[in-house]
Design a protein around this ligand. Structure first.
Ligand SMILES: [Zn+2]
Length: 259
């Protein structure tokens, strides 16, 4: 099983990384993608991936971090220098936080990141919140067809659009929350070949750890909840989500040992 989206550089995890990884192994979670969010943590995130054979990483600027002082030319060079960088992300639009990051700034940043993905020929990890419309899909498709909507929490209708447009959809611990009925419908709906699972650690801990700091081992709880919805075994879910992960992130297939 793979945690396809975590942030191992945040203190809550990084200060205790080896213990967190050992716990994950005990839960059957063997490989990890640690996802970039800003300029400040970019090098640290790459260093973590370079240090562990079972971790890959991405680089990208989160929509609310448009002001973090990144250097796009430097970012353009990084994937050629570090084979462990397998994706651009997380990037996108977050219209829940327009007071933090105005729409026009977010859009400029997003297009710059999509162009970076195109230039580096890497798939994209999307953070899209309260921004679903036809323009969103048109914008993404201008640059790439290889992308995952990370931490999907939108409606079943929009999940169908994500799939119809040819993208992947990834679920977090939110699917375990009591009031997430529609999201569990999404968990039932997504075809076998388009689903990914993730923790988004240290955020969004699933039940039975809700409210605590999240960690990659807890992706097992996300998986078990989805298995209940899909009436499938953990082994099956783990197999199909691993397969999807390696299809979406071809560089990860080269860099990671399958377990
Ligand atoms: Zn994230």
């Amino acid at each position: 099983m793979i945690d396809s989206h975590c942030h191992l550089f945040y203190e809550e995890i990084f200060n205790d990384l080896d213990n967190k990884l050992n716990f994950a192994y005990s839960m059957g979670v063997t490989n990890f993608l640690t996802v970039g969010t800003d300029n400040k943590h970019m090098r640290q995130n790459i260093d973590i991936a370079n240090k562990y054979s079972n971790i890959v990483c991405s680089i990208g600027i989160h929509p609310t971090e448009y002001n973090c002082g990144y250097d796009i030319e430097e970012m353009r060079k990084l994937p050629a220098q570090h084979n462990k960088i397998v994706a651009i992300g997380e990037v996108g639009l977050d219209y829940h936080y327009i007071d933090l990051a105005p729409k026009d700034k977010q859009l400029l940043l997003f297009e710059e990141m999509l162009q970076l993905a195109k230039d580096t020929n890497l798939p994209v990890i999307l953070h899209c919140r309260e921004c679903f419309n036809d323009d969103l899909f048109k914008l993404i498709k201008k640059y790439t067809n290889n992308a995952v909507f990370h931490c999907f929490t939108d409606t079943l209708d929009n999940a169908k659009k994500v799939i119809d447009e040819g993208f992947y959809l990834s679920l977090t611990g939110i699917v375990t929350f009591k009031n997430s009925g529609e999201l569990r419908e999404v968990a039932k709906y997504v075809p076998d070949d388009r689903l990914l699972i993730e923790t988004d650690s240290p955020y969004l801990a699933p039940i039975p750890h809700r409210g605590k700091s999240n960690e990659p081992g807890f992706v097992r709880h996300v998986a078990e909840c989805i298995c209940e919805q899909r009436k499938c075994t953990l082994k099956h879910l783990s197999d199909i989500t691993d397969e999807n992960f390696y299809r979406l992130f071809p560089k990860a297939e080269i860099m990671l040992e399958r377990k």
